[in-house]
Design a protein. Structure first.
Length: 395
């Protein structure tokens, strides 16, 4: 993370808003924007997937010696329903800022088991190289999500939308505009309200500065460097969805999940919006943390501190991944040590045998913390989602 000796900058929906100044930009392909973005208005989703994979093959700044694995993680994908009900059901899933379709690698198969045709899109500026977040706009993200949702709607009887962080903002705004066409929503760590008010400066800073943070890592499923423009466009989605919710309450079923300790999003603000603007009685909200003392019976609380698993609290991204995920899971191949630690703890993280897990920025004396990148409650979470489906989706 960037220190306080630098001037203000925006950080993504997966990190905080901090101070930035002169950043040394590496002379590598990752920090040189592509000449264009892939087309997304093909006649079929299969064509969209193949076209995007081709574009990524030509434009991605690969970080490992296995480009096909990287392509699989970053390209849009589809999973056919594993069972067919009375009506055809479809759900479109949209990832967050700096992330990739890999965000839904565990959720998508679980939804397919419930009879859904699952499609996961790639937002412009993502999946290729961090510099591609410099020319992005909220409007281009909105256009892609709207087009892919309309295309899916034409192939199914029921349309659901889902999103993580920035993606949750985009699908919620679309659902509010086209509520009669959307059966319900699944929202994971929705980015409705940034935790830091300084994020609102990002659209202005983007006019004079390209980079908020440069951090070259080997994580091939998301960016750890962030362009200020990308942070600014995230903020615009949050401002837009709050305006949309102020104008119109969403009265269809929604599943929402949030960590009390989210380092990026104002979790209490999200809970307040759920209680006041998502009005359907069968909606559900899971809060990972201490009891927020909500009087809303639709809110359930799950303990975020689990010492036997060395979990201190839940991160922004934790709800998405199963414990057995081969990359991000409990025994996965990637340990996210970029977690806001300093000194000995930061140095120990990559090699320590005993590591604790938390949200970004959490510290505890005598303990080394990596980011919590998996969800010990994933099955319980899916159970609540399936209860909504059972009541409101044709089986």
């Amino acid at each position: 993370m960037i220190g306080l000796r630098k001037i203000h900058c925006a950080i993504s929906a997966t990190v905080s808003m901090f101070l930035a100044g002169c950043v040394q930009v590496p002379d590598t392909s990752a920090f040189k924007a592509s000449a264009d973005f892939p087309e997304f208005k093909q006649e079929s989703f299969e064509e969209y997937v193949q076209s995007t994979r081709g574009w990524l093959r030509e434009n991605r700044a690969f970080t490992t010696d296995n480009p096909e694995v990287e392509l699989d993680a970053n390209a849009p994908f589809e999973i056919k329903p594993l069972k067919q009900g009375k009506k055809r059901k479809g759900i479109l899933l949209v990832h967050g800022l700096g992330d990739s379709p890999y965000s839904f690698v565990d959720l998508a198969p679980a939804l397919a088991k419930q009879g859904f045709l699952v499609r996961v899109v790639l937002l412009q500026g993502h999946g290729s190289k961090p510099a591609d977040l410099i020319p992005v706009t909220m409007e281009s993200w909105q256009e892609l999500v709207e087009y892919q949702a309309k295309q899916l709607q034409g192939e199914v009887d029921e349309l659901w939308l889902g999103g993580f962080s920035t993606g949750a903002n985009l699908v919620t705004s679309l659902a509010l505009q086209q509520e009669e066409d959307v059966k319900g929503l699944l929202l994971f760590s929705p980015g409705f309200k940034p935790k830091s008010a300084m994020v609102s400066l990002a659209p202005y800073l983007a006019k004079i500065k390209d980079w908020a943070d440069i951090d070259e890592t080997e994580n091939y499923v998301r960016y750890d460097s962030l362009a200020v423009k990308g942070a600014g466009e995230y903020y615009r989605t949050s401002k837009r969805v709050r305006k949309d919710l102020e104008a119109t309450a969403f009265d269809r079923p929604v599943f929402m999940v949030m960590s009390e300790y989210d380092s990026v999003i104002n979790s209490e603000g999200v809970l307040e919006l759920f209680e006041s603007r998502f009005t359907h009685p069968d909606s559900r909200f899971i809060w990972y943390g201490n009891d927020p003392e909500s009087e809303d019976p639709r809110v359930s609380v799950l303990e975020a501190r689990i010492p036997e698993l060395r979990i201190s609290n839940f991160s922004h991204m934790a709800p998405l991944f199963v414990p057995g995920n081969p990359y991000y899971g409990k025994n996965g191949s990637y340990r996210m040590c970029n977690n806001g630690q300093l000194g000995k703890a930061a140095k120990n993280c990559p090699i320590a045998e005993e590591v604790w897990y938390s949200a970004w920025g959490y510290r505890e004396k005598g303990k080394t913390h990596a980011r919590l990148t998996w969800n010990p409650y994933f099955d319980e979470q899916m159970s609540q989602i399936n209860q909504i489906f059972k009541k409101h989706s044709e089986q």
